[in-house]
Ligand binder design. Structure first.
Ligand code: G3H
Ligand code: 13P
Ligand code: ZN
Length: 326
């Protein structure tokens, strides 16, 4: 069942965060649904672990898979897994793509990322998208401050990354009417987040929450880049020396400070890379895509179930369904 992120945030605020996972293909889609429902070998939902979630679709995914394919995949998954409750969200949209998603009638939420514009420009662009989205019943996430790393249409060096200014955050929300805000609190996209002992700026997050009590905040760039995963990838021929991510044990603290959505994409790519590198290293004679594909779906589902435990969304699906009258 597709719902808005706003409906999920109202139930989660201050208690847990919802995992927002990017998908590009059927294997990720299947693994995501099965992981969020914590499906057992018997195909039954494990309600003690089942979680609500957010499917994220980037502009890159829309062109790689084709937006119509992606929509078809998600509609099929909705039918195959009727217990699932999730939002369909455009990740890092530009203005044009936001309008395309708003018009499609399929998405329940869009992100307008005008964080590369100056403050007034970001406000103006975000406000236009908010007005268009709200008129059609969709909700909007925007970004203020700049994360390091590479995003779809912006590349930000570590030196240029700017943490979100709490006073500006308050003014931004007031002027735009946006429904949630992605804040830069020290993370960056990709597998190389920290070069030393840097970490999350909970002080900045606390200041933002003080000025925007009850308002849903979003944390991008939240992959953990597990070191055992990196080691296995490198042992099977990869070259990811020095990759480092966010400590997933810190998600709970972030959730208490108003973070309701935590974005994770890179970690899923690492699962994919490990499974396929190991499979073909161990089976050099094979060329069937399905055996590693099947291993990936199962491994990805396990990874998602484990991540939801860290987010605190694990085991919340039953209560969410009840609260939404499902
Ligand atoms: O923040 C970006 C997400 O990881 C999506 O990546 O634009 O390569 O699909 P992508
Ligand atoms: P990661 O690169 O840390 O997975 O972040 C994903 C993200 O923020 C998607 O918007
Ligand atoms: Zn992001």
């Amino acid at each position: 069942m597709i719902v808005t992120t706003k409906q999920l945030f109202e139930l989660a605020y201050g208690k847990y965060a919802i995992g927002a996972y990017n998908i590009n293909n059927v294997e990720q889609c299947k693994g995501l649904f099965e992981g969020c429902l914590a499906l057992g070998a018997d195909g039954k939902v494990n309600w003690d672990l089942a979680a609500p979630f957010i499917i994220q679709i980037s502009k890159g995914a829309r062109s790689y898979t084709n937006k119509v394919f992606l929509e078809g995949l998600i509609r099929a998954a909705d039918e195959i897994y009727p217990d699932a409750v999730f939002a369909v969200h455009l990740d890092h949209g530009d203005e044009k793509t936001c309008y395309d998603c708003i018009e499609s009638g399929f998405y329940s939420s869009v992100m307008i990322d005008a964080s590369h514009e100056d403050f007034d420009g970001n406000v103006a662009t975000t406000k236009r998208v908010v007005d268009a989205a709200h008129a059609k019943g969709l909700v909007v996430e925007a970004e203020l401050g700049q994360l390091g790393g590479v995003e779809e249409h912006v590349q930000v060096s570590e030196a240029d990354a700017k943490l979100t200014d709490p006073e500006q955050a308050k003014e931004f929300v007031k002027r735009t009417g946006v429904d949630s805000l992605a804040c830069a609190i020290g993370t960056s996209h990709g597998a190389f987040k920290f070069s030393g002992t840097q970490g999350l700026h909970f002080d900045v997050l606390a200041e933002i929450q003080k000025r925007l009590p009850g308002f849903p905040l979003v944390m991008h760039g939240s992959s953990s880049v597990p070191q055992d995963e990196v080691e296995r990838i490198n042992a099977a021929g990869g070259k990811l020396a020095g990759a480092k991510g966010v400590n997933a044990d810190e998600f709970a603290q972030a959730a208490k400070l108003g973070v309701t959505k935590i974005n994770i994409d890179t970690d899923g790519r690492l699962v994919w890379t490990r499974v396929h590198r190991e499979y073909f290293k161990n089976h050099p004679e094979n060329f069937d895509l399905r055996p590693p594909g099947k291993i990936f779906i199962d491994e990805y589902a396990k990874f998602i179930t484990a991540k939801n435990l860290k987010l605190g969304s694990s085991g919340q699906l039953k209560a969410v369904r009840k609260a939404l009258g499902l």
